[in-house]
Design a protein around this ligand. Structure first.
Ligand SMILES: Cc1cc2nc3c(=O)[nH]c(=O)nc-3n(C[C@H](O)[C@H](O)[C@H](O)COP(=O)(O)O)c2cc1C
Length: 356
């Protein structure tokens, strides 16, 4: 199939005017950003991780009030319960106390929102697509999605996980290269760094291995990177960092400003914020956490709970060096423009680069 036919098929099947999906970004994709992207011809994204069921329903009601465009709801498939280590957590609390307010014993215990009730809210919200990350939807969930006509986008970061997603009934595979900002989509937390593969290798390997349409994510933030992903076999792309400087994203000004001049090598994979590996700006806190004498991070979500006081204080004071400043390796390509202008520019720049 020609590149243009492949893109056209995907866009027609998903009611898109351009093959661009907003990457779901927990804590950084308010509904206004998704409305702007969907009204400009892309797909919006509700990142469900930190939303209670009511908030998911409210988000979708607000989205539908602002646009008739397509949207996905994204859920994190939970990890097994974390292994707790009191000595390690004590050392981490002391370390974090130097970087921010004192960390109390209870901070480590902050519970996650119940996944089953989030999934029920997803079903009730009836998005066009549901995306899974950190694992696959279960059999009963897949049956429910199919019965409701909701497309399942499985986010993966290896060929192995792409094949598992295809076997489990996914409708499309979103492939996340190691360039991507935010948490790595690894099904097992432990393998996130060892299996970090760049999109240039991962994307064609997944395209060759599966029959499903493939969505490329990681490092795509201008027309060149978009066209390259489409030439490599993607039917569409998912963009995260490239939208973070849009005013509709509403992220902290210090973070938005820093993205504009962060070189690829100035981002790094770190577990220092949440216990799961994610790519962010190599700030003072991130670098100090990687020092040989720094305590090892606790597993997700224990580490996330313990870093909350520091992260909140950093946001309050505008201190980038202690902020959870997620960023993909193409951060410097992100422009401070309205989301619709970003989407339009990406597609306008990419089209002439594609074979006729
Ligand atoms: C701030 C931030 C938060 C993110 N949160 C999520 C999330 O909740 N769920 C998810 O599947 N991916 C999440 N991601 C990954 C994005 O959806 C997307 O795959 C990634 O940003 C693509 O790479 P790029 O940043 O280079 O464009 C997040 C990324 C960022 C930058």
């Amino acid at each position: 199939m020609s590149i243009s036919a492949r893109i056209r098929n995907f866009c027609q099947g998903h009611a898109l005017q351009a093959p661009i999906l907003l990457g779901p970004m927990a804590g950084a994709c308010p509904v206004g950003l998704s409305i702007a992207v969907a009204n400009a011809g892309g797909m919006g994204a509700c990142a469900g991780l930190m939303l209670a069921p009511d908030a998911i329903l409210k988000w979708m009601a607000d989205f539908r009030a602002g646009t008739s465009g397509p949207v996905q709801i994204n859920l994190w498939v939970p990890d097994p319960p974390p292994h707790r280590d009191a000595g390690r957590e004590r050392a981490m609390r002391q370390f974090l106390g130097v970087w921010g307010p004192p960390v109390s014993d209870g901070d480590a215990d902050t519970p996650l929102i119940d996944y089953a009730t989030q999934f029920a809210a997803l079903m009730a919200a009836k998005p066009d697509a549901a995306s899974s990350v950190m694992g696959l939807f279960g059999e009963a969930e897949v049956r429910a999605l199919k019965a409701a006509g909701i497309r399942w986008i499985a986010i993966v970061s290896t060929v192995r996980d792409a094949l598992a997603a295809e076997r489990a009934g996914a409708d499309a595979i979103a492939v996340q290269g190691f360039e991507a900002g935010g948490h790595r989509a690894s099904f097992a937390s432990e393998t996130a760094e060892a299996e970090a593969v760049g999109l240039l290798s991962l994307l064609p390997a997944v395209v060759d291995a599966v029959r499903l349409p493939v969505i490329a994510a990681g490092g795509i933030a201008d027309g060149r990177t978009l066209a390259a992903a489409l030439v490599l076999g993607a039917s569409a792309v998912q963009v995260g960092t490239g939208f973070l400087r849009a005013p509709e994203a509403g992220i902290a000004p210090a973070w938005a400003e820093a993205l504009g001049h962060t070189l690829p090598e100035q981002t790094t994979l770190t577990r220092a914020f949440s216990g799961r590996a994610g790519r962010g700006i190599a700030t003072d806190y991130v670098k100090a956490s990687a020092a040989p004498d720094a305590p090892a991070p606790a597993p997700y979500p224990v580490q996330r709970g313990m870093t909350r006081p520091m992260r909140e204080e950093a946001l309050r004071t505008g201190d980038l060096q202690r902020m959870q400043a997620w960023a993909g390796q193409s951060a410097a390509l992100a422009r401070a423009e309205p989301a619709a202008a970003i989407l339009k520019r990406l597609w306008d720049e990419a089209r002439p680069l594609l074979p006729a």
